[in-house]
Design a protein. Structure first.
Length: 296
């Protein structure tokens, strides 16, 4: 970036900036912003990292993360900003289990899924965190995880920008700048799939749709989200699968082809030899991805 680029942040609707940039993306109340180290820089004396209980982690993620959703969680950590004698939650990292063990075993085949290996499923910092907070927070999380026996972490970066029906930017298209800056191993893309984009710019994940069709635990939460977007109230005795199909049509949901999220792997260990002894299921790839996918 040029010198002038360092004095003003990129536009709010700009997709993720190149990996060489010093700008860092933040999310507060699901609205994106940019921070730069020159704003004051990161001072570790003003921040603390502690394990976080489920209720607080979920509330923070639902309030600030662009996805407006909360995943299954095994470990949760809070980044706390200490200022003027007060400690405030300013960031949350969530590590948990994917829908199936194969997601983990394909990437880390020799580690026990959901105990020795986890997925970093949410990582969000607010405007209270200056530039370079991410790498420090992530490193502290890994130190805590290693103590509990976790040796591998898988994380994905969704490169597809998304907007709501009103044009509001809800996802910028991540290429995984945080992971690249912390030397994660890039192993390509996850499988291509078709996603369901709702009018508010969020996704209806296939697992949530399945809960509705089968009326499994958690189906009411997924149904209420569609109702808030204008879906008709289910009639008594109505087939749940048919209701879901009609509801998505009624609210104007769109089906979009997704080329697959970028996949990154962290091998955890006390030293380089321990880290490199952990076998990868996919070959490392270079270079890192540099730009998001075109908007759908």
């Amino acid at each position: 970036m040029t010198g002038s680029d360092l004095t003003a942040p990129p536009g709010q609707d700009l997709l993720e900036v190149p990996t060489a940039s010093d700008w860092c993306r933040r999310w507060t109340q699901r609205k994106p912003s940019w921070r730069h180290p020159a704003d004051g820089g990161f001072d570790s004396r003003r921040f603390e990292v502690h394990p976080l209980e489920e209720k607080a982690a979920k509330a923070f993620v639902l309030t600030h993360h662009y996805s407006a959703s909360y995943p299954s969680a095994t470990r949760r950590f809070g980044l706390y900003h200490v200022a003027d004698g007060e400690t405030r939650l300013a960031g949350v990292a969530v590590f948990g289990t994917p829908a199936g063990d194969r997601v983990l075993t394909r990437s880390l085949p020799e580690l026990r899924p959901n105990s020795e290996s986890l997925v970093c499923s949410r990582f969000v910092l607010t405007d209270a965190c200056p530039g370079n907070s991410e790498s420090w927070f992530l490193a502290r999380c890994f130190t805590e995880l290693l103590v509990t026996g976790v040796k591998g972490v898988l994380s994905y970066a969704d490169p597809v920008p998304r907007r709501g029906a009103d044009g509001t930017l809800t996802a910028i298209g991540h290429i995984g700048r945080i992971y690249q800056a912390t030397n994660a191993t890039y192993t390509g893309r996850a499988a291509a799939r078709t996603i369901t984009l709702l009018p508010d710019g969020t996704l209806l994940h296939e697992r949530a749709a399945q809960k509705i069709r089968r009326q499994e635990q958690g189906h009411r939460y997924a149904e209420e989200k569609l109702l808030r977007l204008g879906a008709p109230v289910p009639r008594a005795g109505e087939n749940p699968a048919e209701w879901l199909q009609n509801a998505l049509t009624e609210i104007g949901a769109r089906r979009i082809r997704h080329r697959g999220a970028h996949r990154y792997v962290f091998r955890l260990g006390r030293n380089r030899r321990e880290r490199e002894a952990i076998r990868l299921g996919h070959p490392p790839l270079t270079p890192y991805p540099k730009t998001p996918d075109p908007a759908s």
